[in-house]
Design a protein around this ligand. Structure first.
Ligand code: GLC
Length: 559
């Protein structure tokens, strides 16, 4: 083989790394705290690089680590091209990228383009410059309604509750789709567009491999006067022309970003967080001319139910085949109740998983509604199923320890703006899945850092500490490590074939290379017959797949 051919082959594999990657989400402020100030930091991540390598993931995605007043856990970015001084420096960031790359782990960072922090220099400038100024054009300022303009321009509500408009000292109002500390940027403004291209290049030049795009479906807006009311908005179809959500013209932004990604070798990747109405609308974000991949949250909002899983899997694989992207699977992230807890709650029937977790947290986490053991068993089963599917899987820090949602956080200790602003969509807010990780069963903050963690850790975290689980071959951590190791053999072609089981509550599929995955969602054991001998992962006793479990069957062995 000539050198040229070798390079070509290598590049192709490298460029496609994201298609079937296991990506581990780090919420930096809650991962590991190297300087003992109670907040996780970048040197903390470096100190745990070997842990990440041993886990066997392909990439990490870092939630925002930029300078921020933490009005929304860092999703209020004051400076897109820097590191929060409490989390480290740009040099620390470079060191982290090198440490992860040395271990074969790629790095994805979060980009938050819909809104900045109110502390961003642009917004400060807009406030100082006053109404009618060029500086205000970078955001969405309007006059109020009512005779003296003292009412908000419209009755729109923000995602975290309350009005979507906030009044400034001179009487004008600005739009914030989330917290008031997160003013929406004006994506019709050329400087806004230019600045994000600069940010993408800034991090790409520092060796970042890809980007996760926050609320990717909300950037562009049609704010032609008169602005519609909430009732009028609700009547409008989500067909690409809705004034506020999932507009077709947002893809012009991403086409421009794609040209930047393709300036690099290998091209930088991106995944859209796009809460849109249909898989067809989602596919637009995942197109090769756009971001390339989009989160699929369908399983995250589903019950632990064979029929729902099968339909969702089939539909999404068909969709990704049609678009040329690869599917993504997610059960937990920093915005939802952990899946080990959701699955321990009564399943409500329908696409309700996330909602039901929220209700449990909002009710103060009553133990009589929750069967933690069952939740964890089902979480293992669902995760093993996901890791056996074609496409990429996004894992959230702490799920590899089987962590449950933490409900016992007092109102004074809570940080999520959704809690303070009374948003209905997540009840008591999202702090319960953002509690700093337990690394050791004893010691200050369970080994998270030398000081007190920024959110309270419950006593039961000791049982799930990394040092305890690493020493226990039957722990969740050992299961994840083994699954992620075997997954490298299993992930080849991006297809699967369903095998009928004769049981509506048992799913079984084969990958083209012969690996098989069987998940029993029911209450009765499923008999594997002679195939039981070829099970390489999962719990099989007496030749049967027990209730709430998944097994992996290796190829070649099947007789
Ligand atoms: C996304 C993030 C969430 C954040 C919101 C506003 O949904 O995942 O954490 O609060 O965007 O940036």
């Amino acid at each position: 083989m000539t050198d040229a051919l070798l390079t070509e082959t290598r590049d192709e594999t490298t460029a496609a790394w994201w298609r079937q990657a296991a990506v581990y989400q780090i919420y930096p402020r809650s991962f590991a705290d190297a300087n003992g100030d109670g907040l996780g930091d970048i040197p903390g991540i470096v100190s745990r690089a070997d842990y990440l390598r041993d886990l066997g993931i392909d990439a990490v995605w870092l939630s925002p680590f930029y300078p921020s007043a933490l009005a929304d856990g860092g999703y209020d970015v004051a400076d897109y091209r820097n590191v929060d001084p409490r989390l480290g420096t740009l040099e620390d960031f470079d060191e982290m990228v090198a440490a992860l790359h040395d271990r074969g782990i790629r790095v994805v960072v979060d980009i938050v383009p819909n809104h900045s922090s109110d502390l961003h220099e642009w917004f400060q400038e807009a406030l100082a410059a006053g109404r009618g100024s060029a500086a205000r054009e970078r955001y969405i300022f309007r006059e109020g309604s009512g005779p003296d303009g003292s009412e908000p321009p419209t009755d729109w509500t923000a995602a975290f509750g309350g009005s979507a408009w906030e009044r400034v000292d001179d009487g004008q109002w600005f739009l914030h789709s989330f917290a008031p500390e997160q003013p929406d940027l004006n994506w019709d403004h050329p400087e806004v567009r230019e600045d994000f291209l600069k940010t993408l290049r800034f991090w790409s030049d520092r060796g970042v491999d890809g980007f996760r795009i926050d609320v990717a479906h909300m950037l562009t807006k049609d704010l032609t006067e008169p602005l519609p009311s909430t009732a009028e908005l609700e009547l409008l179809p989500h067909d690409g022309n809705h004034p506020l959500h999932d507009r077709d013209d947002v893809h012009e932004v991403y086409a421009e970003w794609r040209r930047v990604f393709d300036e690099y070798d290998p091209p930088r990747t991106a995944v859209a967080e796009a809460w849109v109405s249909t898989p067809e609308r989602r596919a637009k974000y995942a197109s090769a001319e756009g971001l390339g991949q989009a989160f699929n949250f369908d399983l995250l909002v589903a019950d632990f139910d064979a029929t729902q899983f099968r339909t969702i899997i089939t539909d999404n694989l068909a969709q990704s085949q049609a678009t040329g992207s690869s599917t993504t699977w997610v059960l937990s992230n920093h915005d939802v109740t952990r899946h080990a807890t959701r699955y321990g709650l009564p399943q409500l029937g329908g696409r309700t998983g996330a909602k039901q977790g929220v209700e449990w947290v909002a009710a103060g986490g009553p133990e009589d509604q929750l069967d933690r053991e069952r939740g964890l068993r089902r979480a293992h089963a669902a995760t093993l199923l996901l890791l056996g599917l074609p496409g990429s899987t996004y894992l959230y820090q702490g799920e590899e320890l089987g962590l449950q949602e933490v409900a016992e956080i007092s109102a004074e200790q809570r940080q999520d703006p959704a809690f303070f602003r009374g948003a209905v969509f997540d009840g008591l807010g999202r702090d319960g899945c953002r509690v700093p990780l337990p690394w050791t069963a004893s010691g200050p903050s369970f080994g998270f850092g030398s000081g007190e963690a920024h959110l309270p850790q419950p006593d039961w975290f000791a049982e799930s500490a990394v040092d305890v689980e690493a020493a226990d071959p039957s722990s969740t951590l050992s299961l994840y490590r083994e699954a992620l190791r075997l997954r490298r053999e299993l992930q080849t072609d991006e297809t699967l074939e369903w095998i009928e089981t004769g049981r509506p509550d048992v799913l079984r599929f084969a990958r083209p290379n012969g690996w098989q995955i069987v998940t029993n969602f029911g209450t009765e054991p499923f008999d594997l017959g002679t195939d039981a001998a070829d099970v390489v992962l999962g719990s099989v006793s007496g030749g049967a797949v027990p209730a709430d479990s998944t097994v992996w069957i290796a190829p070649g062995l099947i007789g």
